[in-house]
Ligand binder design. Structure first.
Ligand code: NAD
Length: 393
């Protein structure tokens, strides 16, 4: 394969294949189809594709009702997505984005099969949240055409896309995909192939520390969510967000980041989340997670019947935000991205109300450092170690 032919295909009208029609796959399909691309959507479970396409129809109907798009346009978007029942239906695609289960071996097998089906010019991408791009592609016949294109949930609404070259990716492919994502109206950032990339590395404590607070019975999920929404102005608290992401997916990401950083205690997963995952209490997608979604009329954001203790809420917020700011400062120290991209990534990928570096300045880095020091002295755990840069800021 010549690199140039692989790339030039992307400039003209291309067909996009998507593998996995769950939460992310259908969202990415909507984004591509809205941008006039023909989409081939395949899932090993056809009933999932049917369910997702029904869901998409409802989303498009709502957009028409709200006058965001015209009726004809909504029909065109829907009709651009072709329901595929076999992987080989993706044979003519120029770009395939995989969004299946977060499992390295299963992803590797899908790409090995796909390589036998698509042309040698087809660009292969994974939407993995945390698995090493290099490792997924290492056994491919042609690893140069492989990279990570990481959309955020919900893909049609979250502007950020992390583009992640692996060690074996062709040098100019990330820029081409960067340009393509820009043309889809996205905000792309180029990330390094490290566990969690940018956003999912920095965001780990948003979930991990919240889970820890609940595991220690310091507060309930509803109290933590309310503290983060009211004091931090987060659109969603950690537990609502985990329910939206999927408890299994969020747990798998944490577990991968932890293992891939050679069991760094900072990223230690939560037993509570593990048990929830084992119990298949996976969040919104099954109707029950930390909250119960069986009654559609209930708004999960107003569920805090527990004590609204102001002092407790302030402590919860300060503890979680300090952990997050520490991660952002460490990412800055390690030059994982420019300061500007670090700030952009958290606001455009996971909807944080402010960039974490700016937030650290506002709260005062000294206060953040003291909060972590107190936690360290209380628990005597490496989990609370500070970035060497934090004390200098
Ligand atoms: N959920 C999120 O918030 C989020 C955000 C960004 C990235 N991701 C990543 O996107 C990927 C998909 O996540 P999701 O939340 O959409 O998962 P999901 O569970 O909603 O959907 C996964 C789909 O993949 C299908 N599938 C599983 N194995 C398959 C195979 N071998 N071949 C074809 N289809 C197969 C399943 O039937 C299912 O429909 C994961 O890698 C995840 O880490 C998720």
């Amino acid at each position: 394969m010549s690199e140039s032919s692989q790339i030039s295909n992307l400039k003209s009208q291309i067909s996009v294949g998507i593998i996995g029609s769950g939460t992310m796959g259908i969202g990415i399909a909507q984004v591509a189809a809205t941008n006039n691309y023909k989409v081939f959507l395949y899932d090993q479970n056809s009933s999932q594709t049917e369910k997702s396409l029904e869901g998409l129809q409802k989303v498009l109907d709502r957009l028409v009702e709200k006058n965001k798009i015209g009726f004809e346009e909504s029909e065109n978007i829907y009709n651009r997505i072709k329901f595929c029942t076999e992987l080989k239906d993706l044979k003519d695609c120029d770009l395939v984005i995989e969004a299946i289960i977060e499992n390295k071996e299963i992803k590797q097998k899908v790409f090995a099969d796909l390589e036998e089906i698509v042309s040698n010019d087809c660009v292969l991408a994974t939407n993995t949240s945390s698995i090493s791009i290099t490792s997924i592609s290492a056994d491919l016949k042609n690893s140069e055409r492989f990279l990570g294109i990481h959309f955020f949930n919900p893909a049609p609404l979250m502007p950020l896309v992390e583009i992640i070259p692996g060690l074996l990716t062709a040098e100019n492919l990330p820029q081409k995909i960067y340009d393509l994502m820009k043309s889809w109206g996205k905000i792309p950032v180029i990330a390094q192939d490290i566990p969690g990339f940018i956003v999912n590395r920095i965001a780990r404590p948003f979930y991990g520390e919240a889970l820890r607070i609940v595991e220690e019975k310091i507060a309930t999920p509803a109290q933590v969510d309310e503290a983060m929404r009211t004091i931090g102005n987060f659109k969603m608290g950690p537990f609502e967000l985990m329910d939206l992401i999927g408890i299994d997916i969020n747990f798998a990401v944490t577990e991968t980041v932890y293992k891939d950083y050679f069991y760094d205690p900072k990223y230690k997963p939560s037993l509570l989340q593990h048990r929830m995952s084992e119990a298949k209490l996976l969040g919104r997608k099954i109707g029950k997670g930390f909250y119960d979604y069986s009654d559609a009329s209930q708004d999960s954001r107003n569920k805090n019947q527990d004590n609204k203790d102001e002092k407790l809420f302030n402590e919860i917020f300060l503890r979680i935000i300090s952990m997050l700011i520490n991660e952002a400062v460490e990412a800055k120290r390690l030059k994982l991205a420019s300061d500007e991209d670090l700030e952009l990534a958290m606001q455009k990928g996971v909807n944080y109300p402010k960039g974490l570096l700016a937030w650290g300045k506002e709260i005062g880095y000294k206060k953040v450092s003291e909060t972590l020091q107190n936690l360290y002295e209380t628990y005597q755990e490496e989990r609370y170690r500070q970035s060497p840069l934090l004390r200098k800021m």
